[in-house]
Design a protein around this ligand. Sequence first.
Ligand code: AMP
Length: 193
Amino acid sequence: MLNIVLFGPPGSGKGTQAAKLVDKYNLVHLSTGDIFRANIKGETELGKLAKSYLDQGQLVPDEVTIHILQSEADKHTGVNGFIFDGFPRTIQQAEALDAYLAARNTSVSMMLSLEVEEEELKKRLLLRGKDSGRADDQNPEVIQNRINVYHRDTAPAKAYYTQQNKYKAVNGVGAIDDIFDLLCAEIDAGASK
Ligand code: AMP
């Protein structure tokens, strides 16, 4: 299986690139952010719990997030692989993902990290907020909070995958298709090893 962790701060283009990678490599796209938003829209119990965290730009607690990711992944058997988009966001989530995939006799193939500097992220998120209607993209304080949470809680996952020799940084600034080509080059190089 090809299991890719697509990583990067909010606004780095993970969702955009994940959609293209899913098509090219025939993978299942698992975005915890999308799952939470669908549940908030559907007013489920999970949605009610998740809403205050999303609204404030805080992480949903690990136990909840890990459980929901696993039950979503469980729905897909006999697949080529997964793109994990926005998960893991903590070391505890990364460890849980390793354990989950090991139980399925597979593992994370690589972490691809989209690198974009902070001013560019803020610009992109505010722009996206105008079209997407996402409340967490419209409030500069919430945006700053999400970026801070990324540096504090999420960025350490890079070291986790570096130790496993699976971390690859890719420049996330430029034309969407050029960034996509860089990601594909990393995947193809990894797959041919
Ligand atoms: P995203 O769409 O990936 O930017 O995620 C939007 C929001 O959903 C985040 O700001 C968090 O509140 C929540 N979220 C998404 N993925 C996770 C995760 N792996 N762990 C905790 N919270 C998450």
